[in-house]
Design a protein around this ligand. Structure first.
Ligand code: SAH
Length: 425
């Protein structure tokens, strides 16, 4: 029984030599955490994976391209025997034992003087779980603890209580799984949540019952009156000592008026922080299987608001210049003005045969993609009854994703690159 008991410690490896014997996938998994702890990592192995080779090239580890010799452990504080050869691992642990260096073994934990716990960090706490030699169970317990720390259901006893103020949280395109961990944590810690119509609604069901939910859709009408009211509400609650989350779809700074809220908070002396979100002009095409860039097809993508038609006196977009670009154009808030936008682009030189995809209700159960060209866009959108929210993607990347629908465009796209070296990890 006693052989299963360990004495857990946190090794402070900063500036200390750690020797990793082996250069395969086990070593590759251990090395980054050793580097993160500041250890001087020496890898002893005739051959290493491309990832370890890359770390050596970047001088994050020292690689000795040769077999292990016991003297490798002379200066070591800690050793990792991670070869796939039990005899070599045995040599390493024997040499470590002789030198009184603690040593973990990839192949046979029973013959090692130390075990590697399942490790993670969250909320300023390091979690290390030793599952009595059941690695899967320890990883599961670690993940459960980390989840609890991140979403606020487990509060670290010495953790600082969250301070009052405003957090602008980007909720992503709608699917509740597509919010960031930081965003979810801020939401779970909030006393007041001010939510938009496009913010992922399902997440609001997880809020504690005492949380006050302010629905922006119910605030006074009119764009500027509504924004002034939002600013007033978030500042007032924060000044009353509450933790306020301003919760929006996508990212608060992408056509989200987030910075007006930052300015309002600063003017009132209210602390304000930002948690970025997955923004819909990138995330919604991605979910629909359309890449906004593709090698050899486009070297740019431009995100533009379509809420004002081209030529409108208040428009800040240079549509003729946009029409001169080759790459992807992503139009947001463009359902109403899509016909005008298609006309402006073709009038100023973009090919009417340019492929277009309109992705409606991205990530929702009602998601659908409508395909057209710049020349047919107006007609197709009205025939299909397209309603907001929708993202309009214009450019050859649409043909990359749907070659069967745009055979002529697809035929002149570059083929798969051949004979390219694999990217080095
Ligand atoms: N701040 C948000 C955008 C707000 S503007 C973000 O970063 O994504 C609102 C526009 O975003 C809509 O008119 C639509 O063009 C787009 N949009 C947001 N969510 C969407 C979704 N789930 N599906 C399709 N379009 C979406």
């Amino acid at each position: 029984m006693a052989e299963h008991l360990t004495y857990p410690v946190g090794l402070r490896l900063g500036g200390r030599r750690v020797v990793v014997v082996g250069g395969g996938h086990v070593a590759q998994r251990r090395v980054p955490q050793l580097i993160a702890a500041g250890a001087l990592v020496h890898v002893i192995a005739p051959e290493v994976t491309p990832a370890i080779d890359g770390l050596a090239a970047a001088r994050e580890v020292t690689w000795h391209p040769r077999p292990f010799v016991p003297e490798d452990l002379d200066e070591a504080w800690y050793a990792v025997a991670a070869t796939d050869d039990a005899a070599v691992n045995e040599q390493v642990s024997t040499a470590a034992e002789e030198r009184r260096v603690f040593c973990v073994r990839a192949d046979d934990a029973a013959r090692a003087s130390a075990w590697t716990p399942a490790v993670g960090r969250a909320a300023g706490v390091t979690v290390a779980v030793l599952g009595e030699r059941d690695p899967r169970r320890s990883a599961q317990v670690r993940d459960d603890v980390l989840t609890g720390l991140r979403d606020g259901t487990l509060n670290p006893p010495s953790g600082r209580p969250p301070t009052p103020g405003v957090v602008l949280v980007g909720g992503g395109p709608g699917d509740p799984d597509l919010i960031s961990l930081a965003g979810r944590k801020a939401l779970m810690e909030a006393d007041v949540v001010v939510a938009d119509r496009l913010a992922p609604r399902e997440l609001l069901g997880d809020l504690r019952p005492e949380v006050e939910l302010v629905d922006v859709a119910k605030l006074p009408r009119g764009r500027s009156a509504q924004q002034a009211e939002i600013n007033r509400v978030i500042v007032e609650h924060a000044l009353a000592g509450k933790r306020v989350v301003r919760f929006k779809g996508g990212d608060n700074f992408v056509f989200g008026r987030g910075y007006e809220e930052v300015i309002a908070c600063r003017a009132a002396g209210v602390p304000v922080t930002v948690v970025p979100g997955l923004t819909s002009p990138v995330a919604v095409p991605a979910i629909a299987g359309i890449p906004v860039t593709h090698r050899g097809v486009t070297h740019e993508f431009t995100v533009v608001s379509g809420h004002l038609p081209p030529g409108h006196p208040e428009s800040l977009t240079d549509w003729p210049s946009l029409a001169g670009l080759q790459g992807t154009v992503v139009v947001m808030m463009g359902v109403e003005n899509a016909p005008h936008i298609a006309t402006a682009l073709t009038e100023h030189g973009r090919d009417p045969g340019t492929p277009v995809a309109v992705v409606c209700d991205g990530t929702m159960p009602t998601q659908r993609t409508v395909l057209a060209t710049l020349g047919t866009l107006a007609e197709v959108m009205s025939a299909e009854g397209v309603r907001p929210p929708a993202i309009v993607v214009i450019g050859d990347v649409v043909a990359v994703a749907h070659p069967e629908h745009f055979p002529e465009v697809a035929a002149r796209l570059p083929g798969e690159p051949v004979g390219e070296p694999a990217p080095r990890g």
